[in-house]
Design a protein around this ligand. Sequence first.
Ligand SMILES: Cc1cc2ncn([C@H]3O[C@H](COP(=O)(O)O)[C@@H](O)[C@H]3O)c2cc1C
Ligand SMILES: O=C(O)c1cccnc1
Length: 349
Amino acid sequence: MHAIVDHIQSVDLNAGEETHRYLDTLTKPPGSLGALEELAIQLSAITGELKPSVTPPAVVVFAADHGVADEGVSAFPQAVTAQMVANFANGGAAINVFARQIGAQVEIVDVGVASPLTLPGVTSAKVRYGTANMVLEDAMQCDQAIAAIDVGIAAVNRAKRAGAKCIMVGEMGIANTTASSAMLAVLTGESVASVVGAGTGINPQQQAYKVAVIERAIAARSADPQVPLEVLAKLGGLEIAAMTGAYLAAAAQRLPAIVDGFIATVAALTACRLCPAVRGYLIFGHRSQEPGHDVALKALEAKPLLDMGMRLGEGSGAALAYPLLQAATAMVAEMATFTDAGVSDKASP
Ligand SMILES: Cc1cc2ncn([C@H]3O[C@H](COP(=O)(O)O)[C@@H](O)[C@H]3O)c2cc1C
Ligand SMILES: O=C(O)c1cccnc1
């Protein structure tokens, strides 16, 4: 992990500026394609190319379990994590459907599911069998968090070697909205109540109890908000660490990464706290209904592309946003300039 952080360079703002100037020569009023133009500029800054491609895309889903599930903070039992991994492997989950729609390869990585898993189509990279219950002890040790970060780095490096031009990471881990909320409250200093939501669909009484569980864990762990790795290890999760590593690797490889919902954005925030230059490589796919997502987006000064009322995870919101990146690159590559098309570029006085 440390080696890769040293490798990450800021995005190339000059390349972005060049694209901005080129966009104004295309047959449309300057700026009229709005956020699509901002995307094109960012993609050039990321890749250093005037006409980059985001095809083919790759999706990586990291799965892990959370000891804090023992506190009854999710609407679903812990066994659903492993069951969903089998569903991913069989191609039946939402992310499989959306990945097929955009022509993305999907890799499923077991970075810490609490049961032994040997499924065809699942990469086994288990760091440990789930985290510990963070109310009672640190979720994991720092070296385990680093090992999980390295699993995420390795997955993105594999995708890059296979030709991927755009990275989307997702997660599966029952109770991971609890771990993410705890991390976010500590990293931002916001109240636990303001970041906690219904996750998989707990009722208001259960949600109040989830707030209390997180407050107890935060008090007991006393993680230093200035040390992101400590926050990740004491309160986070193995899949959240792997996602953090994936964003670091995307930045190091100069690949655009589309960030999914709440949990993904907390991992993205962690990556940016470890290395602020990562921020320029991140594109935010959608706005999740989980209330903490707005807090995390604000901390990253991020504006998501879509607002679909979704709250699933798995990378689903990132995959849905991907065609907008394709549109941005096609616009730059295929639109005629005023000169080419013989269109007057200014109103005559
Ligand atoms: C069938 C099923 C599929 C999912 N896919 C993603 N999640 C999402 O829900 C979980 C987080 O919510 P909580 O913190 O309330 O447990 C994560 O696994 C997340 O990816 C799912 C949850 C379920 C039940
Ligand atoms: O936005 C997310 O990532 C999310 C929200 C609720 C449950 N699982 C994931």
